[in-house]
Design a protein. Structure first.
Length: 335
């Protein structure tokens, strides 16, 4: 198992092993997006788990960028004292932690968010393919789009003030940046639609704004939705070739870590390590940027194989680690 327990340094931050805890929404915030005692309790076992890296659940960069009512927010300075408590759980245990920052765009899960006739916005006025709620979003104007990188950059600065080691920009699972990447939700005919070069423009603008706002020191990661369909199924919408192109461009925007998952297909698959075939090809395209492969990893042997075959640099273990916080220690004892 020694490969799993090899340290990795990212922008001067030492990860003690190759096991990352991926972001998992706890639905535990107040309605105003503040962490509660339940949020802190939810993360306590993870801080003791010995995982090399924690990526804390998605926080919306704006109240109108939430997918659920009880989603954490990094939209204003008033959240800082509460966020310091959450980030402090990890720093006090010496566990490097990033926080994921997100804008839901048209992917609304709680109808309560639509009170008062508010309508979400997306790249184009197209019903979100993953949402159960019938909403026709409003298409974002060029002026609306120009404000989005600023929202991510401001949220990222708050994350650093709270005490995280960096941020992860959410561009997967069909949220706003994923909506731009996907031809299923992006039918724009301007410079943000059409070719993958255009569909990825907002993602790169967000990454550049975040890197510029944070300076050289912190880690900037992206969770990239690699395709709209799972490996082995008929490609439709955003393809793995699109993801390879995006990955190949990342080193030029100062990205430190590429966390790989699905886009409109979400994160559920069959068997173990269902995204491995995609992760392999996207890692090749990403060059020196380290990658995380997540999705159904439950056994040390599976995790080790992914590293041995150089399909990723870190393995993301979500539900298996959540249901057994002693997992990393158990894996370490294996011969
Ligand atoms: C309850 C739950 C909440 C999740 N919340 C997030 C989230 O906030 N951000 C994100 O990028 N992925 C989220 N995910 C996806 C996980 O990060 C992960 O990719 C997925 O669970 C697959 O990995 P696993 O099979 O190891 O659990 C969530 C998954 C679950 C089950």
């Amino acid at each position: 198992m020694s490969l799993l327990f090899e340290p990795l340094e990212i922008r001067g931050v030492r990860l003690n092993n190759r096991i990352a805890a991926p972001p998992m929404a706890s639905l535990s915030s107040t309605k105003t997006g503040l962490p509660t005692a339940d949020t802190l309790e939810n993360y306590m076992p993870l801080t003791e788990s010995g995982a090399g890296l924690a990526i804390v659940e998605h926080h919306a960069v704006h109240a109108e960028g939430r997918t659920r009512l009880r989603q954490l927010l990094l939209d204003r300075d008033e959240v800082l004292p509460y966020q310091e408590d959450l980030a402090g759980l990890f720093s006090s245990k010496g566990m490097p932690a990033l926080v994921q920052i997100n804008h839901a765009g048209s992917y609304i899960v709680d109808e309560d968010l639509l009170e008062n006739g508010w309508l979400p916005k997306g790249p184009s006025p197209i019903r979100h393919p993953r949402s159960n709620i019938f909403i026709m979003p409003v298409g974002l104007s060029l002026q609306d789009i120009s404000g989005i990188p600023v929202l991510f950059a401001e949220a990222a600065k708050r994350a650093m003030k709270a005490g995280y080691r960096g941020v992860e920009v959410h561009a997967a699972h069909g949220y706003l940046l994923g909506q731009f990447l996907s031809p299923m939700t992006n039918r724009r005919s301007d410079s943000y639609g059409g070719s993958i070069h255009n569909r990825a423009r907002l993602l790169f603008e967000v990454c550049e704004a975040v890197r510029y706002a944070l300076g050289d020191e912190p880690i900037v990661a992206v969770r990239l939705g690699m395709a709209d369909t799972l490996p082995g199924s008929e490609p439709s919408g955003q393809t793995i070739d699109d993801a390879r192109w995006v990955a190949s461009e990342f080193s030029s925007v100062g990205l430190d870590l590429l966390d790989l998952s699905g886009n409109m297909c979400g994160y559920e698959g069959q068997g173990e390590a269902w995204f491995a075939p995609y992760c392999r090809t996207v890692k090749d395209a990403a060059g020196k940027v380290p990658t995380i492969c997540t999705g159904g990893i439950k056994n040390a042997e599976t995790a080790l194989d992914l590293l041995k075959r150089r399909e990723c640099d870190l393995v993301g273990v979500g539900r298996a680690l959540k249901s057994n916080p002693g997992l990393v220690k158990e894996w370490k004892k294996k011969p």
